[in-house]
Ligand binder design. Sequence first.
Ligand code: AR6
Length: 176
Amino acid sequence: MKRIEIIRGDITKVQADAIVNAANSFLMGGGGVDGAIHFAGGPEIIKECMRIVAMQGECPTGQAVVTGAGLLPAKFVIHTVGPVWEGGMQGEPLLLAACYSNSLGLAAKLHCQSVAFPNISTGIYGYPKKQAAAIAFEAVETFLGGNSSIEDVIFVCFDEENYRLLLAEQRLRAGQ
Ligand code: AR6
């Protein structure tokens, strides 16, 4: 039975097959969840990121790449690049949805069963949290409706507001 879990916490502590990082196109680390993942995961992850950029160039917005998870309790880190919020008319909704579906597609190729997501783009990139929650939930639910290895998707919400918004979205959809 496929399921979507919503928890509060720090994604670097989550024992899923893959955890997703809200990265930037240069895959060079940064603040927020990106900084936390590289800090907790150790230097191996950034080395792999640098190799990926050297080989295939920057990671475009909405796309995803995979590295090992270094010292983290996950098997893989999937780095995806969320859109910067510019008012909503620059394709942000589709790009945000693509982050979730491309990350899950990559995780499925790696035969992952469980995947944990942060609330992509809702920090430094400024995406309005309510809209982001609806897009995230819809994209994940749609992906889980297809055939793949993925059984369990966990939204790991660092802040209370995202946690409440995701729970509200789940209730809304369950009632439909
Ligand atoms: N575990 C889970 N979620 C977290 C954690 C954590 N340890 N730390 C923060 N969050 P952000 P973005 C939440 O800013 O908006 C970086 O510099 C946070 O509360 O990390 O996609 C990158 O290099 C927020 O809800 O990512 C990029 O340059 C969510 O993670 C840029 O930030 C996303 O916030 C990406 O910006």
